[in-house]
Design a binder for this molecule. Structure first.
Ligand SMILES: NC(=O)c1ccc[n+]([C@@H]2O[C@H](COP(=O)([O-])OP(=O)(O)OC[C@H]3O[C@@H](n4cnc5c(N)ncnc54)[C@H](OP(=O)(O)O)[C@@H]3O)[C@@H](O)[C@H]2O)c1
Length: 240
């Protein structure tokens, strides 16, 4: 994708990877719109970066996803990039009392929402890029976040199909595959000690400049390219 003069919607852009991408895209002279559930977080970002446009919405709610699309179609019908970044990560065990409920939330936010948004946003005439944020855990699961890993494997698979389905259009489909990074995903502190988002963002921007469509960083490169033996080896190390 070209890296400047785009109008970009980044879901979950008020924190972590989404915010890192938003800041970097602004530097490259793009218009950035972010959305998320927490109004206070969106306001804080709008105060820090007055050019960022914000929209409060809960993407786990179907009506909010449709409202978001209609609002963009009415007010920003030159939007050309959708970044499906918003996500949640639930640490849990199959025997937990609320396992099914939390699995349901995770599947709705991490799978149903981006699938629905992709289906809605391809109707925008200006759309030419969809970026799906998956994970190194799409390739080798960590059993403490069992549903999270499965949602990312789903999105990996869906992204491959989507790229193929949109081949005859002018819509490019890019997959960002972060490894563990230092954000508040899952809860504050869980991801401390992992690489900084800014390092990941610098790397994926360089890869996008080269025209790559599968963007890895650090350990996610080996995970994405692992054969069955390597997958089994990693799995045993990650899940002692
Ligand atoms: N950090 C990592 O180690 C890592 C590794 C691989 C992949 N990823 C992926 O990277 C993406 C971003 O995660 P992150 O690490 O940057 O964590 P994060 O800081 O927690 O960001 C997640 C964002 O998603 C938004 N969000 C969650 N549920 C939402 C909903 N129902 N509606 C609208 N927005 C919602 C959150 O905003 P609100 O809470 O305000 O709604 C938040 O801004 C996720 O897809 C994650 O799976 C992260």
């Amino acid at each position: 994708m070209k890296l400047s003069n785009n109008k970009i919607l980044i879901t979950g852009g008020a924190s972590g990877i989404g915010l890192g991408l938003a800041e970097r895209f602004i530097k490259e002279n793009n218009t950035v719109i972010i959305c998320g559930r927490r109004g206070a977080a969106l306001k804080e970002i709008a105060d820090r970066f007055p050019s960022i446009i914000t929209k409060a919405c809960d993407l786990s709610i179907e009506a909010d996803r449709i409202d978001l699309y209609n609002w963009i179609a009415e007010n920003h019908n030159d939007l050309n990039v959708l970044v499906n970044n918003a996500g949640i990560q639930n640490w849990m065990d199959i025997s937990d009392n609320d396992f099914y409920e939390r699995a349901n939330d995770e599947i709705t936010t991490n799978v149903i929402a981006p699938v629905h948004l992709a289906n809605l946003f391809i109707n925008l005439k200006s759309l030419n890029t969809i970026i799906n944020v998956t994970s190194g855990l799409a390739f080798i699961p960590l059993s403490k976040v069992p549903i999270y890993c499965a949602t990312k494997a789903f999105m990996r698979s869906f992204t491959l199909s989507l790229r193929h389905l949109l081949k005859s259009t002018n819509i490019e489909v890019i997959e960002m595959i972060p490894p563990a990074l230092n954000t508040d995903l899952g809860a504050k502190g869980i991801h401390d000690g992992h690489p900084a988002v800014s390092d990941f963002v610098e790397s994926v921007f360089a890869q996008m400049k080269e025209g790559k469509s599968e963007l890895t960083f650090g350990t996610s490169e080996a995970r994405a390219n692992a054969n069955n033996d390597v997958i089994s080896d990693y799995f045993n190390k990650m899940n002692p």
